[in-house]
Design a binder for this molecule. Structure first.
Ligand SMILES: O=C(O)CCCC[C@@H]1SC[C@@H]2NC(=O)N[C@@H]21
Length: 254
């Protein structure tokens, strides 16, 4: 941390996790796929710059200097069918780190499926990719220093915000990872030991717009309803005038 404000108590690097710190790459997710055969266990791949970072649903992800960009590679995740639920695990770890840094958990919220909001704007995004022959990469981008211009996001999407812009905190990507890695490992231990149930409850306790009307945009269909729940498979549960809808993938608009 380059200021005392927002300093997090030192947390040790988690046992069993590796770290590759790279300079400029196309995408840390590309590096995850390329380097999988040489990785012996869970490994964070961080990069100072990404020239072709990607976001969800084929969108580009702006990665200005000073922002956090990393992919956590899990070479052999347990229960591959439920591996994607780790997007909720990663979101909780991000929430914890940002709550401690800012001292303002009430200003943070989690947006289904896996965005982190600060003061109602998008601060961080998560993109999961499966790796062949077997593995999972959890790509995480956090606007620590700069937010992309609002015209770089799709119409109707939440405005991007940065940690520095909203709070004045100057946190380097290196220091951010030092706190994120143990936070992730702690939630991962919960997930491995007890399954999705504790993750789901913790996520719901931090969810944006629960009990309120939201719109889910699916290919060819917009569904508006009241945000009721996230089910045991991580699906969004909406109650609509036509009954309950469970949504596995889509974009949410408030
Ligand atoms: O669309 C989203 O909200 C997900 C954004 C994910 C961005 C991160 S930055 C690190 C990793 N590498 C990428 O190319 N994308 C993810």
């Amino acid at each position: 941390m380059s200021t005392d404000a927002g300093r997090r108590p030192e947390a040790a690097w988690p046992r069993g996790y590796g770290h590759l710190a790279l300079d400029s790459v196309t995408s840390t997710l590309d590096e995850a796929a390329r380097r999988l055969p040489e990785l012996a266990g869970p490994t964070w791949i961080s990069a100072r710059a990404q020239t072709r970072a990607r976001g969800r649903r084929g969108r580009a992800w702006a990665n200005p200097e000073g922002n956090f960009a990393a992919a956590l590679v899990l070479p052999d995740p347990s229960d591959p069918a439920r591996a994607a639920l780790r997007s909720f695990v990663a979101a909780l770890a991000l929430f914890d780190v940002l709550a401690t840094l800012t001292g303002r958990p009430g200003a943070l919220a989690l947006k289904w499926p896996n965005d982190v909001l600060l003061n109602g704007g998008k601060l961080a995004g998560i993109l999961l990719e499966g790796l062949l022959p077997s593995g999972l990469a959890i790509g995480i981008g956090v606007n620590l220093a700069k937010a992309p211009a609002p015209d770089q996001v799709e119409p109707g999407a939440l405005a991007p915000v940065s940690l520095a812009g909203e709070t004045g905190l100057q946190v380097t990507p290196e220091d951010f990872l030092e706190t994120l890695a143990p936070a992730y490992a702690a939630w991962e231990a919960q997930f491995s030991s007890y399954g999705f149930a504790p993750i789901r409850s913790a996520w719901l306790a931090r969810a944006a717009r629960i009990g309120q009307p939201i719109t889910a945009r699916l290919p060819g269909e917009d569904i508006t309803g009241t945000f009721r729940d996230v089910d045991e498979d991580g699906q969004l549960v909406l109650s609509t005038p036509h009954g309950t809808r469970r949504i596995a993938a889509g974009d949410i608009f408030f």
